[in-house]
Ligand binder design. Sequence first.
Ligand code: PGA
Length: 250
Amino acid sequence: MQKNKLVIANWKMEFSHKQSIDWLKLYYPELSQLATTQPVELVVCPGFTCLPEFKKYLINTPLQIGAQDCSSYPHGPYTGQVAATSLKELNCHYCIIGHSETHSLTEHIAKKAALLMHNKIVPIACIGETLAEKQAGKTVEILQQQLTPILRAAQESNCTQIIIAYEPVWAIGTGVAPEAYDLKILCHQIKLYCSQFLDADKIRLVYGGSVNSKNCEKWLKIPEIDGFLLGKASLDFQELKKIVVLVSNG
Ligand code: PGA
C-alpha cells in the first residue's frame, strides 16, 4: 500500500510553552483542514510541557503529535527524563530519537527505539554525518554504524513501522543542504541497507536539514524520500503550509 508522504515539524526549543499553545490555537483548524484535504501525514513535535494541551486540541483531527526525545530507560531514578509510557499516555504517535542536538549515545538510541516500539510509538530515528566525517569520505560507513543498532532493535521488537531521518549534521540550521544528486545516491544506499533488516514497507525515509519551500521541490523527485523533517521552516505557518502543499503535489 502506498503510504502518504510525511511532514514532521520539529519545534525544538524555539517557542516558549505559551508561544507554542498560542500558535496551535491560531493555526490548528487550518492545519487540520490541510491534513484532511492533502495526502500528507503531518506530525507536530512541540516541547514536552505542551504535549497535554496538544492532546486536547488535536485528538479529533488528522494531525499527529510527536515528542522530541524520550528516556532510554522504561522508568526509575532518572532525573529530568521522560518515559516512552508517559508519551503514550499523552497521545504521541511519534517520537524523534537520536537528533544530533541531543548528543545521544548510539546504544541509548537503540534502547529508546525498542521502548517506543514496545509502546506502539513510531520512532523517528535521526542519523547523519558531521562535516569532518563527510570530508573524510566516511559518510556511508558512519550512517551504517548509526543504523545497525537501531535496525537490530527494530528487528527484535517485531517493528511494524519506523522512520529514518537522514539529517547531515552540517546541514542542520546552517542553510547549507546537499545536492539533489548526492542525496539521491545516499538515500538509495540507506534504503538498501535498511532492507537487509526490515521489509521495505516498514521503513519510511525522510530528509532533514535546512529544508524550506524553495529547496524542497528538487528533493521531492527522489523516489526514496518519503517526506521531510523540518526545523526552522516549521515555525512559520505560511512556510509550513507551502511545504505541505508542495509535498502533497510532489
Ligand atoms: P532545520 O532543522 O530545518 O532548521 O535545519 C532540522 C532539524 O534539526 O530537524
